[in-house]
Design a protein around this ligand. Sequence first.
Ligand SMILES: Cc1ncc(COP(=O)(O)O)c(C=O)c1O
Length: 401
Amino acid sequence: MKQAQRLKSVRYDIRGPVLRRAQQMEEAGHRILKLNIGNPAPWGLSTPEPIVADVVYNLGAAQGYSDARGIYSARVAVAQYYQNQGVTSVQPDDVMLGNGVSELIVMSLQALLDTGDEVLVPSPDYPLWTGAVTLCGGRAVHYRCDENAGWLPDLDHLAAQITPHTRAMVIINPNNPTGAVYSRQTLLDMLELARRHQLLVFADEIYDKIVYDGAQHHTLAALAPDVPIVSMGGLSKTYRAAGFRSGWLAVSGFTGRDTDYLDGLQLLANMRLCPNVPAQHAVQTALGGFQSIEPLIGPGGRLYEQRERAWQELTAIPGVDCVKPAGALYLFARLDPAVYKIHDDERLVIDLLEQQQMLLSHGTSFNIDEPNYLRLVFLAPTDVLGDAIGRLGTFLSTYQQ
Ligand SMILES: Cc1ncc(COP(=O)(O)O)c(C=O)c1O
């Protein structure tokens, strides 16, 4: 049976051939160290107890479908969250819950794009964005993020990518895979371009509370009440509940003229009936009260210390550089082409997997052209990270392609 033609150009390589090879090795009895996926709970970074308790408590009442947009209490909690961030217009009816941000990314693009429409997506990106644009018949046009400027978007390059077909701009902040946290001025400049060219902006802010060293995350929608923005967040990272599949979007800056798009989004929400109801009960508890992520991201906290250790040891390997991430859960490391002659980075991670039973992600799977980047997830405890990076150093010291 043939797959749909339109899938032929959809790429999602972070879960592609490399992962298949890892599965084969596991089936053959190897233990693989997985530093390739931002999934906190398996590393002992568990969902806070009150969140789990709330889901359990409400399980009996979660048997039926909910409102297609999600249960009211969760939508109120999300609306209040954005109001507190300065996005004063957001009301519960502007909020829609989803089975993770992933589902909402696909839905929100599906509601917008016709064949050939263009969407500005960062390079490197979280590759679901590129894949989903393609799946929806659109064309992902990548704007460069500049490693020499701490991976901030290159605004001239971004502006130069805009054509009459451009419909939207994706901003991932804090960024996966680079860990960059954008300055207020950078965001204002990006918003000005969106305003001038009447683009819809998608703000993927799933890492908004995972910032280090005093970096400040600016909620995009608070900076431009007049620009149509779809802001997205969820429980997977900050609340370590990736398996719950719970996320949200909030719309702001839409005027009467733009509501056709929102009607389309509602149609798609209705068609999937509703998001998983038990997990929706986690949202209000998560967003209110004590934010258990905070002790994890400061000195002495697990995420902070793991980032320190991983970054120090990684950059101590000869020929490996890495902009220190100010947010999120990843190190996006550069292998100096003068030291390492790599022309196929997928081959590189498969060779690493086979020789060291360790899984990283290759840079080109994040839609960057150069084949000399690797992404490492720093969710594992420091001793595991130390051992893993030691093994990576051993591997690289003799590696040739
Ligand atoms: C930038 C970004 N957006 C969205 C997602 C998807 O999150 P969810 O688990 O809510 O589907 C991820 C997951 O890694 C991500 O890194």
